[in-house]
Design a protein. Structure first.
Length: 107
C-alpha cells in the first residue's frame, strides 16, 4: 500500500504545485503561488520519505497536507466553485486522505 501512496503524493504534489503557479500567472495571486508551492513541495517530500523508508513521517506529512487541501477546497466546490481548482484539489485531497489512512492501517 505504500507504493501507490508514494506515487499518489508525487502526482498530487505536482498538480498542486502547478496549480499554485497557474493561479499566480493567470490571476496574479501571490497567495496561490505560496500555498500551492508549500503544499506541493510537502507532498513531494512525503513521497520521498516513503521512498526512503521513513514511513511514519511521510504518512503524517501526507495526511496533514491532503486533509488541509480537502478541507480548503471541497467546501468551495460544493458552494459552486467549479472543477478547477476547487473540485480537482478537493477530491484529490479526499482521495489522498483515504489512501493515507489505508497505508497507515496496512503498514
Amino acid at each position: 500500500m505504500l507504493d501507490p501512496t508514494r506515487f499518489y503524493y508525487y502526482f498530487f504534489g505536482l498538480i498542486t504545485l502547478g496549480g499554485g503557479i497557474q493561479g499566480f500567472v493567470t490571476k496574479n495571486s501571490l497567495p496561490s503561488l505560496i500555498a500551492g508551492s508549500i503544499c506541493g513541495i510537502l507532498l513531494l517530500v512525503a513521497g520521498y520519505l516513503l521512498q526512503a523508508n521513513k514511513t511514519v513521517p511521510g504518512l503524517v506529512i501526507g495526511l496533514i497536507v491532503t486533509l488541509g487541501l480537502a478541507g480548503q477546497f471541497l467546501p468551495k466546490f460544493f458552494r459552486g466553485g467549479g472543477w478547477w481548482p476547487a473540485g480537482i484539489e478537493g477530491w484529490l485531497g479526499l482521495a489522498g486522505v483515504v489512501l493515507t489512512i489505508l497505508a497507515f492501517v496496512k503498514k
